[in-house]
Design a protein. Structure first.
Length: 173
């Protein structure tokens, strides 16, 4: 499996910075309406901490009420920590908004920093770790979870370590 990491062009960097600095207004907002709020943390939809495995991260859904197939999320990984090694049926594009780290896709680790983009195919084990000792790693993860879960049901429960999922990796990272 080839890991795909792409640096962002100046135009795309400006676009992502503009999107990352806005938070959707909420349920009553028109599609695409934003308010400025920087990268301020929102309400976590999923959080996992496991000291033994170095896991400390939170996932926030970007609440666009009119999305059907896409499921954008902000992933925040604490300094010198990682998320769990896992796999799932949806594919993902990671846009690193802040910080630096490494992304494992299959068996290969790749260095990433703010402005880089990584792709994770369906059902491939992957993990992200923050290599900074003092800065949070912030990633915009764009997935097709909405479409995939509409077809497969709530498959994500069996893939997550915090839910004692059968498909989650229980050992050390």
């Amino acid at each position: 499996m080839n890991v795909q990491i792409a640096p962002m062009t100046p135009a795309l960097t400006a676009l992502v910075a503009g999107v990352a600095s806005r938070v959707p207004l909420g349920e009553d907002a028109a599609p695409g309406a934003f308010t400025h709020d920087g990268l301020a943390p929102g309400r976590a939809m999923y959080r996992n901490q496991n000291e033994r495995l170095g896991i400390d991260f939170a996932v926030e859904r970007v609440p666009f009420p009119h999305l059907c197939a896409m499921d954008p999320r902000i992933v925040r990984i604490a300094p010198a920590r990682n998320n769990e090694r896992h796999r799932h049926a949806h594919e993902s594009i990671f846009v690193v908004l802040a910080g630096r780290g490494e992304v494992l896709v299959g068996e290969r680790w790749s260095v990433v920093k703010a402005g880089d983009i990584a792709f994770v195919p369906r059902w491939i084990f992957h993990q992200t770790r923050n290599t900074s000792e003092d800065e949070e790693l912030v990633v915009l993860a764009i997935t097709d979870f909405g479409l995939t879960s509409a077809c497969l049901g709530d498959y994500d429960r069996r893939t997550r370590l915090a839910a004692n999922g059968d498909d989650a990796v229980q050992g050390s990272p």
